[in-house]
Design a protein around this ligand. Sequence first.
Ligand SMILES: *Cc1c(COP(=O)(O)O)cnc(C)c1O
Length: 427
Amino acid sequence: MFGSKDHLTTIDNHLYIEDVDCCRLAAEEGTPLYVTSERRLRENIRRYHRAFPDAEKYFAVKANGNLAILQVAAQEGMGADIFSAGELSLVRLAGIPRDMILFNGNSKSEKDHIAALQAGVRISVDSNEELEHLARTARNLDSEAEILFRVNPNVSPKTHPKIATGLRSSKFGIPAEQVAGTYKRAMELEGIKPVGLHCHIGSQILDTAPFAEAAGRMMDITRAVVAEGGNVERIDLGGGLGIQYQPDSTAPLPSDLAKAVLPVIQDSCRDMGIFPQLILEPGRSIVADSTIMLTGVNVVKRAHVNFVAVDAGFNVLARPMLYDSYHHVLAANRAEEQGEETYTIVGPICETGDVLARDRRLPRLVRGDTLAFLDAGAYGFSMASQYNGQPRPAEVLVSEDRWELIRHREDESALLAGQTIPSRLMW
Ligand SMILES: *Cc1c(COP(=O)(O)O)cnc(C)c1O
């Protein structure tokens, strides 16, 4: 019923994640609720290790910044791709080794550079201008920044335009033809040690050809850098491998990615006589399918369509509204019943765009039913907001027949946190 998702099953008409009944979870922890299978998370990481035994794998923290999940990633030998000083604090707490952390970003402040230098992590430099800023800051701190350059390889990844990041027109990276010159400049700069190249072409990519194309471009750029006398010790191909959101779709596995990119890299590196460390930065393909989001039905309204209004909106799961994303939906307490009616699933937010799913065949629903949104572990909670006065939901981690809260549900005091009313406004 769930394809390769063997952490999900049904027993007596209820959806189970590992050996835990989702209806019990909803009853005891409330909804909306994010629920992660620890076993699935570990399996997804191990699949990358088997496909790329010699590469370092850096978990893209923006996909899911929960500390318990980062801790599992650390235990399984992952490093981290981070985009802010806040994410740096998270991965340090989770015990990710500093030698396996890359601080990315196209708009880093001086504070960000100082945080990265003081933590001793490598920095991905996104522009010629950032290079000069960073060199100055490193010299002021009597420090040296080990850097990779984020390259814009100009590859079209055939994904949603909002998550294509390696097009010529994208805001990320240094144009391919400038990289060798920039690398040369970096070698002469005091406070800077260039050690490699980095790219990331986009997300939810379902075809391995663009990855092979990007690997080829990276090799061309590496050749140009080596010709200028540059040392390329690290080549980071980023993340972006897609997953199977639609039950009848297919998605490449890490082993397919390996088949597409490893020959390109190995052949070129052998020709050049260099043996760089390969790095990958998967986010979605590590964590998305490990997690479901449970939401309770408040109202079923028969209007020009059948609306089912649930307690999670785009404040809890933003992807459908942001990227027109599909998440498969099941009725967790009627998991073995046939679809009888067609529903549009909407949230509680005061916006017309608050639609989580359209035209879904589901059993006849009533108030009090629980729906499960599958594949919600990546860009799910990490994009949740308090919009419309909605405290953020809880997260739990399931392992076999037990579960633990890994983030408690916010209450209304979370909406007040940090706010004050100036006394002159008070009577
Ligand atoms: C978002 C991002 C990733 C992860 O992408 P996924 O599609 O989740 O695998 C990796 N590297 C960089 C630089 C990113 O911005």
